[in-house]
Structure formats: structure tokens, C-alpha cells
Ligand binder design. Structure first.
Ligand SMILES: Cc1cc2nc3c(=O)[nH]c(=O)nc-3n(C[C@H](O)[C@H](O)[C@H](O)COP(=O)(O)OP(=O)(O)OC[C@H]3O[C@@H](n4cnc5c(N)ncnc54)[C@H](O)[C@@H]3O)c2cc1C
Length: 508
């Protein structure tokens, strides 16, 4: 018995070191033979390749090989667009046998370079998997293909008086599978919590092609390990999400918003305390925009500008949203709050602009949601999406600006703006450094500087965008060696041949 178990243990060690060895070998490129095999699984219209017989021009793959910011670029020769989970499984099985890397791609709106190849991996686009599988208007449980666009799901359930528990600026392009894969936060997290809570089940194709069906619609299920949680936020490194079951909340009967102009950042924290206390259960968003972010949003046509009088002397703005069950009740609460704030002996706000109709409601939101787009229209953004204590938000922004000045990198020739905005209610600051172009000097000035600042606050280097290709080297600033070692073990178990989204999330 003893020798058998020793033998068994040795066999296991041999297998895992062989697998480790395999994972460290370069991955194979797609060949014409591979393409011929893919052609047995997919119709010609679902294969885009620069190789024969598809032979499309490489420019046709440009959009798939480049990320939303134009910062990361892959050299993939082949994009596959399966329509069914079985097709995904067949493709993955083949790629695993052949050791061809795969990048799952949703709406390609990710901001950390996770959705494009680091080399010439196959891009597996979920765009053709866009069917709603079921919706139960009593329980609010929606089951959908992973490639459904967030906005179309929102539109699908709206007539049934439900809303998606997640909302973000990229909703017109991002897919629910991508949202789950990145554990996206967005504008409703304060109210409805994270996807770790609202996602009830997943269907995932594992790196060996096995279909893991955990697409349950149960609210309660305590039978063993909750495997689905591993894929939420794994950024496609453990498998391809093909189906999502998610709990959608009833649509609020009334939603209002107001934008508050503040003379100083130091007023944000006390304001948040008052707003939380007074609005309590109807508070659904508390979003922060510094003055430069606001000016850029207006400059690039995001939302309607407030009047000059309203913005005069404002150092920053806060957007407050309420969602509740009774319009009169909610409006009364919001009006009482505004009166209280404006009539205080030492007012925390200069002014507040309350939306009066749906168009104004959207326009106020556009000022906040449009900052990401405005910043990228203004120049090349270095984006840091960090969690730090709320009281440090402005120090981090100002400190980064001063740091760049001290390196001679601030000004029209290099960095034009350093701005801060984000989900104050979630302790999540978007620190954006807008440069004329991406340069090694700016990169070297920002990293590891920003990560060290975050670590000094015991914060997170990624509050919601993920790690992608951008932050693999910086994971250590937020996770201990022990945590990283266990993440690597998990990756090894699921993907011993290292084909699934290589070069992402985990450091080499
Ligand atoms: C204007 C704008 C505003 C944004 N606002 C927010 C915000 O408020 N909050 C926030 O969290 N993010 C935000 N983002 C970032 C981005 O939209 C989110 O990360 C989104 O969830 C990505 O979804 P996607 O479908 O575009 O995924 P992609 O960009 O295609 O992929 C992102 C990652 O997920 C993986 N992936 C995609 N689909 C699958 C799948 N089916 N199975 C397995 N892995 C998959 C990819 O490999 C990649 O690693 C914003 C982006 C933009 C451009």
C-alpha cells in the first residue's frame, strides 16, 4: 500500500511537472490545416482569417486585434464566431489538443488589454451568441447567451418592468459574458451589489472543451463549492462563458437625479454622509466628477452643460440618483435634501441642478458616463481604476499630477491632464492621465508610482476593470505571494496547457 501511494504521488508529480512544462512552451500558430478543421465546425461566414481559403485582408481583423483605447494590439490571423455552445466546445477541444491560444472576446470594450491577443492567438468572438434563453417576469431571472449586448438585455426586460442589475457607459457594445468575465462594477453597484451576488448560474466551456453546465436559476444552492464564482472576474483565463443566468431587479417606479456643484473636494465625504442618511433606501448612485473631467465631458459633447452660474467656483461635482417606489415621496425627500444642503450655515454645495424630465435625467447622467469617452477623445489615456479610501481620492489625483510635474512630464508636450472621477459610493476612483501619446517616459513615471501609492493605502490596483495584460506585473501590489501562488494553482488545474487567454491576469 505504501509503495503504491508513493508511486501514485510520484505519478501525479510527474504529470503536473509535464503539464507545467507544456504551459511554458510557446503556443502554436493557426495553420491552414487548423482552418480546415474549423471549417468543419463553423460555416464560412463565421470564420475570418488571413489564411487561405478565407484569405481576408489583415485590415479586416484590425478591430478584433485592437482594444478600445488603441493601446494594445495583437497579431491574430483568425477570428472565429460560433453560434452555439457545442461549436465553442469543439473549437476549444481542437485548440487544446493543438496548443493554440484562445482569446475570448465580447464587446471589446475592456480597458486593460484583456480582450485582444498578446500574440497570434485565435480570437473567439461571442458576438453571434446573442439569444435570450428565458426570462421569468415573476422571479426576474434572465438566462441569456453570453454574447447578448447589455443594452439589448436592458431593452428586452424593460417591458416586463425589470432592469439589469448592472449599468455602464459601454452598455451599447459590451456583452453580458464580458461583464461577468470582468466582474464589471458600473453605476448600479451601490444599489444592487456586485455580479458575484446577482449572477445565479453560468455555462462555461472549459479549456479542454468540456461544457460545465451550472446554468441554474436557483436563488439558494448550498451544495458544495460554488464553482461559478471562479469564472466571475477570471477575464477568460479559466474558460469561455457561453451562458449567464442573472437576477434582475424590478424597475423602480421613479428615478430622479441631481447634480451638485461643490466648492471643494473636502466637502465630498461629509456630503456623502448626509445624502446617505437623508435618502437612505432610495439612494441608488453617488458619483464623483472633478472639474477637469466635467469640462472635458462638456467639451466633447457628453450631456448638456450646466449654466455658467451653476458651475462658477465649483471644484468638483457629485451626481446623486434616487430610485424608489413612489415619485412624490422620492421627490419630496430629494427636495428636502437640497433645501437642507443649501440652507445650511456653512453649505457643502454651491448649487444643485435637479432633472425635471427624462431628457434632463439622461443628460445629467451623460455628463458622468461620458467622461471615459471624452478623455479618450482628448488624447491617449493612461487609465488607473483603483480602490483607495474615499478621503484620499483627491490626494491621489493631485499627488500624481505633482509627480509628473517633478519629472518634467506635465504640459502640452507630454501629459495634458490628470483627472479623477468615479464611483464614490464604492470607494472606486478612476485616475486618468491624458497624454498626447503613449510614451515609455510617461509609462515609467506612472508605474510603479501609482501602484505604490495604492499599496500604501492597502487599496486595490483594479477596482473593476480587471488585470488584463496591463497589470499582470502589478498584481503583487494588491495580492500577497500566497494568494498569487493559489491563483496559479487554480489556473494550472483548469488550463494545464496554458491556452486560455495567455498573458492575462497572472504574472509569468
Ligand atoms: C465608455 C466605457 C465605460 C466603461 N465603464 C465601465 C464601468 O463603469 N465599470 C466597469 O467595470 N467597466 C467599465 N468599462 C470597461 C468594460 O466595458 C467592461 O470591462 C466590460 O465588462 C467588458 O465587456 P466586453 O463584453 O466588452 O468584454 P471584452 O472587452 O471583450 O473582454 C473583457 C475581458 O473579458 C474576457 N471575456 C469577454 N467575454 C468573455 C466570455 N464570454 N467568456 C470568458 N471571457 C470573456 C476577455 O477575454 C477579456 O479578458 C467601460 C468601458 C468603456 C469603453
Amino acid at each position: 500500500m505504501l509503495s503504491l501511494s508513493r508511486f501514485a504521488a510520484r505519478g501525479l508529480a510527474l504529470r503536473s511537472s509535464r503539464a507545467l512544462h507544456a504551459a511554458s512552451q510557446p503556443l502554436n500558430s493557426v495553420t491552414e490545416q487548423d482552418l480546415a478543421h474549423f471549417a468543419k465546425i463553423l460555416p464560412p461566414s463565421s470564420i475570418l482569417s488571413t489564411l487561405p481559403p478565407s484569405s481576408v485582408a489583415s485590415e479586416e481583423l484590425h478591430l478584433y486585434n485592437s482594444d478600445w483605447m488603441g493601446k494594445y494590439r495583437g497579431t491574430s490571423t483568425t477570428v472565429l464566431k460560433p453560434k452555439t455552445t457545442e461549436q465553442v466546445s469543439e473549437i476549444v477541444k481542437w485548440c487544446n489538443e493543438r496548443r493554440i491560444g484562445i482569446v475570448p472576446q465580447g464587446g471589446n470594450t475592456g480597458l486593460v488589454g484583456g480582450s485582444v491577443p498578446v500574440g497570434d492567438e485565435v480570437i473567439l468572438s461571442l458576438a453571434n451568441m446573442s439569444k435570450v434563453r428565458s426570462f421569468d417576469s415573476v422571479s426576474g431571472i434572465l438566462v441569456a447567451d453570453a454574447g447578448c449586448i447589455l443594452q439589448s438585455l436592458t431593452d428586452y426586460i424593460a417591458p416586463h418592468n425589470h432592469i439589469m442589475p448592472i449599468d455602464l457607459g459601454a452598455k451599447g457594445s459590451c456583452q453580458i459574458g464580458g461583464n461577468v468575465a470582468t466582474n464589471a462594477g458600473g453605476l448600479r453597484l451601490l444599489r444592487y451589489g456586485s455580479l458575484h451576488g446577482t449572477v445565479l448560474g453560468l455555462e462555461v466551456v472549459l479549456p479542454d472543451g468540456t461544457i460545465l453546465d451550472q446554468l441554474t436559476t436557483l436563488r439558494k444552492d448550498n451544495t458544495g463549492y460554488d464553482l461559478k464564482q471562479l469564472f466571475i472576474g477570471a477575464e477568460g483565463t479559466l474558460g469561455i462563458i457561453t451562458g449567464v443566468s442573472i437576477l434582475t431587479p424590478p424597475a423602480p417606479q421613479a428615478s430622479n437625479n441631481v447634480i451638485l456643484a461643490l466648492p471643494s473636494f473636502k466637502n465630498v465625504l461629509p456630503l456623502y454622509e448626509i445624502v446617505k442618511r437623508q435618502l437612505s433606501e432610495i439612494l441608488s448612485a453617488f458619483e464623483y466628477i472633478d472639474r477637469t473631467s466635467y469640462d472635458l465631458a462638456v467639451k466633447h459633447g457628453q450631456g448638456r452643460a450646466l449654466s455658467e452660474e451653476d458651475v462658477e467656483g465649483a471644484e468638483c461635482f457629485v451626481l446623486v440618483e434616487t430610485s424608489g417606489g413612489k415619485r412624490e415621496h422620492d421627490e419630496e425627500k430629494l427636495n428636502n435634501l437640497l433645501e437642507f444642503l443649501l440652507e445650511a450655515d456653512e453649505p457643502l454645495i454651491n448649487t444643485g441642478v435637479l432633472s425635471q424630465n427624462p431628457a434632463q435625467f439622461s443628460s445629467l447622467w451623460a455628463l458622468r458616463e461620458g467622461v471615459t469617452e471624452a478623455v479618450s477623445k482628448e488624447g491617449k489615456p493612461y487609465k488607473y481604476d483603483i480602490s483607495v479610501p474615499l478621503s484620499s481620492f483627491q490626494d491621489v489625483v493631485d499627488g500624481t499630477r505633482e509627480h509628473l510635474k517633478s519629472k518634467g512630464l506635465y504640459g502640452d508636450h507630454a501629459v495634458k491632464y490628470v483627472v479623477g472621477y468615479g464611483h464614490v459610493g464604492d470607494g472606486n476612483l478612476h485616475l486618468n492621465v491624458v497624454a498626447n501619446s503613449y510614451t515609455p517616459e510617461i509609462q515609467a513615471a506612472l508605474e510603479p508610482y501609482v501602484y505604490e501609492v495604492v499599496a500604501s493605502h492597502r487599496g486595490s490596483i483594479s477596482a473593476e476593470h480587471g488585470v488584463g495584460a496591463m497589470k499582470t506585473h502589478a498584481l503583487k501590489y494588491s495580492k500577497s505571494d500566497v494568494s498569487i501562488a493559489w491563483m496559479k494553482k487554480i489556473k494550472q488545474i483548469f488550463d494545464p496547457r496554458g491556452i486560455m487567454n495567455p498573458g492575462k491576469v497572472l504574472p509569468e
